[in-house]
Ligand binder design. Structure first.
Ligand code: EPU
Length: 334
C-alpha cells in the first residue's frame, strides 16, 4: 500500500501532526523486496513501528516504511522451551499476551511496552529486570538497498542497555521482518525489580504469569500516561551510567539516591534526577514533565515539535547544572 503526502498523526504516540512525502506498508518479505527492486523506497527512508519512540521534529521529506507482517510460527518446541518466529509488525503487547495465554514464559515482565516486535529487537526494550535481548535468538532483516535477507544471531546484534547494532553501525540499513524468541515452558517469576512484588498477593504459591502481567499492567497504567489521551513516547531519556567515583560522590550527597549496578559504575534513574531538580509535573505551554513519572515528557494537546525539543533541552541543562550528568534522550529525533 502506498500513500503520498501522508499525515503521520496516527503513527507517532507523541501526537505530532507532521506529514511524510510517501508512506509504504508491506505484508510480506517478498512484497518488501519487490518494493525495493522497483525503486519505490526513495531516500531518505525511515522504517517505523508504532512510532512510540520517535519525535518527528518536522515533515518527513522521504519514505516512511511500516511492516504489516504479524504472523507467529513455532520453529522448535520441546518440553523445556519453544522458539517462535514472529512478524516484525505485530504489536508487542499482543505478542506478550499470546505468550502468557500459551504458557510460554519469559516475556511477561515486558507487558504493555508500546511498540512492535521489529522495534523490540532494535531498541532492546526492557522493564522490571528483563530485557528482550535475553529472549531473542535470531533477527531477520531485509537490506533496504539490495533487498537481500540477512539473519543475525543474538551476538551479532551487539545488545546492551537500550542498544543494538541496528541503532549504530547498521542504523537504517535493515528492515526487521521477523524476530525469533526462545520462551520457557516453566514459569520462573522475576519479581525483584521495583514494586512488582508489592503489587502481588503476598506469598502466593499459585502465582501465574498472568498475575505478573496484570500487576505490571496496573503499575504502568498508574504511572505512565496513556498516549491515546496524552501524547508521549515513554521514557524520554535513558538512565545514565556513571563511574564508580562519580556514584560514590553523589551517594555521599544524596544517601537515599536510587541506583542499580551497571558495568563500569552505577545506573541512576533519570526520573529521580529530574525530580530532584524540581521539574516533575512542570508545565511549559502545551508540553510538560509528567506528574507521576519525571522521565516522561508529555504533549498536553496541540504541542509543536519545537516545544518538546525546547523542554528536553531545558531538562537536560537543569540536570547537568545540578548533578554534572549529561542525560541522553532515548527517543529518536527525526
Ligand atoms: N523515580 C523518581 N522520580 C520519578 C521517576 C522515578 O524518584 O519521577 C525513581 C523511582 O522512585 C525509582 C527509580 O527512579 O526508585 C526507577 O523508577 P522506575 O521504576 O519508574 O523506572 P525508570 O528507571 O524510571 C525504567 C525504564 C522504563 C521501565 C521502567 C520499569 C528506562 C529509560 N526506562 O524507567 O521503560 O518501564 O524502568 O522497569 O530505562 C520506556 O523505556 O519507555 C520505559 C517506560
Amino acid at each position: 500500500m502506498i500513500h503520498n503526502d501522508y499525515s503521520l498523526l496516527g503513527h507517532n504516540t507523541f501526537g505530532m501532526d507532521v506529514k511524510a512525502t510517501k508512506f509504504l506498508e508491506y505484508n510480506s518479505v517478498a512484497e518488501l523486496q519487490e518494493m525495493i527492486r522497483q525503486g519505490m523506497i526513495t531516500e531518505p527512508c525511515l522504517h517505523i513501528g508504532c512510532g512510540s519512540n520517535i519525535l518527528f521534529t518536522k515533515d518527513f521529506d522521504g519514505t516512511i516504511v511500516h511492516s504489516r507482517i504479524t504472523g507467529i510460527e513455532i520453529v522448535t518446541e520441546n518440553e523445556d522451551f519453544v522458539d517462535v518466529e514472529v512478524g516484525g509488525g505485530l504489536v508487542w503487547d499482543d505478542f506478550v499476551n499470546i505468550t502468557v495465554e500459551n504458557g510460554w514464559y519469559g516475556a511477561e515482565n515486558l507487558s504493555l511496552i508500546p511498540g512492535e516486535v521489529g522495534a523490540s529487537a532494535v531498541q532492546n526494550i526492557g522493564a522490571y529486570g528483563v530485557e528482550v535481548k535475553d529472549l531473542i535468538t535470531e533477527v531477520e532483516g531485509v537490506d533496504m538497498k539490495s533487498g537481500e535477507i540477512r539473519l543475525f544471531s543474538n551476538v551479532d546484534c551487539d545488545y546492551a542497555y537500550r542498544h543494538s547494532i541496528f541503532k549504530t553501525d547498521l542504523k537504517g540499513r535493515y528492515a526487521i521482518t521477523h524476530v525469533t524468541y526462545r520462551l520457557c515452558k516453566e514459569f520462573v517469576p522475576h519479581l525483584d525489580y521495583g514494586n512488582i512484588r508489592a503489587a502481588l498477593p503476598v506469598d502466593n504459591p499459585e502465582l501465574t504469569a498472568a498475575d505478573v502481567r496484570k500487576a505490571i499492567i496496573d503499575i504502568r497504567n498508574a504511572k505512565l500516561p496513556d498516549p491515546k489521551v496524552t501524547g508521549n513516547a515513554g521514557s524520554f531519556f535513558m538512565n545514565p551510567i556513571v563511574s564508580t567515583e562519580k556514584f560514590e560522590e553523589l551517594l555521599t550527597l544524596y544517601p537515599s539516591m536510587p541506583h542499580y549496578e551497571a558495568k563500569g559504575g552505577a545506573k541512576i534513574p533519570a526520573g529521580w534526577l529530574i525530580e530532584q531538580c524540581g521539574l516533575k509535573g512542570m508545565v511549559q505551554g502545551n508540553v510538560g514533565v509528567h506528574k507521576n513519572q519525571a522521565l516522561v515528557l508529555v504533549n498536553n494537546g496541540g504541542a509543536k515539535p519545537e516545544e518538546i525539543v525546547a523542554l528536553s533541552e531545558y531538562v537536560r541543562r537543569k540536570v547537568k547544572e545540578k548533578f554534572g550528568i549529561d542525560i541522553k534522550p532515548e527517543v529518536n529525533f527525526v
